[in-house]
Design a protein around this ligand. Sequence first.
Ligand code: NDP
Length: 328
Amino acid sequence: NRQVLLVEKPTGKLAPEHFKMSEGAIPEPADGEALVRVRYISLDAANRAWMHGATYRAAVEANTVMAGGGIAEVISSKAPGLAPGDLVFGDTGWQDYAAISARHLTKMPKVEPMTHLLSVYGIAGLTAYFGLLHVGKPKEGETVVVSAAAGSVGSLVGQIAGIKGCRVIGIAGGKDKCHWLTSELGFDAAVDYKDGATFKALRAAAPKGIDVYFDNVGGDILEACLAQMNNRGRIACCGAISQYDGAPSATGPRGVPGLIVVKRLIMQGFIVMDFMDQRGEALSDLQSWVASGKLRVQEDVINGLENTPRALIGLLAGENRGKRMIKV
Ligand code: NDP
């Protein structure tokens, strides 16, 4: 059983030396557990945030198998309701095999391609769906801005906002990503935050102001959006990737709470898990948009468990387009 261990919690930028490969025995499932063979591991910006301390889950600790969501196949089971051959989603960690309590596994349907269970029909798709529609609540004709727009959550948020009849602006790093958003994904405009003039470029792309901002990044980009929000606008706080890889910044965005008061804004954080009782509704919409070609699913699959550390480091540096994952 090959495993990737986090050997040290980074204080600065995440680097390959924070990880090491190791070999262990294939675990025996205890009563109530299933032994699973990991097929695909999800790479998430949040993997890095878990190293800072407890969040919506416990912190990942040094000298343990690196935590992470994955799609896995049941090999043997001592849990009612799970049988060999079943496909499940859970926190498998970065390894070939895991013995996991059935309470922490979600049975998944068999879809083609299987990778869609981690992208559009997985956490990324549900986060985009619920965060935009249930938290941001865009109305037809409104202007929606999303950051980390070429990433897994952001690329879906922008397209769903387009399906709902909004004007959509993506913020992403680099000309190529920005061009991809407008030419391939149907965004109305894109702003390259690495170009240095985010505030001005955003003003030009959203001349009527912003009604909904889906925030994946926090920091300066949140500050630029806050200042351009329309009265009674909504900010869906999904994550803060600009703060994850290194020590947290000392200052927050300026204008809080002043702009929130004056513009009567609603700024709301959410965790996708809170919406799981409404998962059926979301999946049915997502499936019909994928089937009709309205929603394009971009995946970035890298082969080999041994490449998981560098794939996460690359995701934090903006290498990926769409949902990055490892084929184990
Ligand atoms: P993505 O696939 O979006 O990849 C992360 C992207 O973030 C990179 O490609 C990079 O693109 C961009 N990025 C990196 N650093 C910065 C920076 N300093 N400023 C602006 N952009 C940056 O990753 P995920 O889909 O895993 O995560 C997206 C967000 O969603 C994260 O904030 C994550 O925490 C959040 N999330 C929240 C959930 C919830 O329940 N609330 C659930 C799942 C995810 P670029 O080239 O454009 O810089």
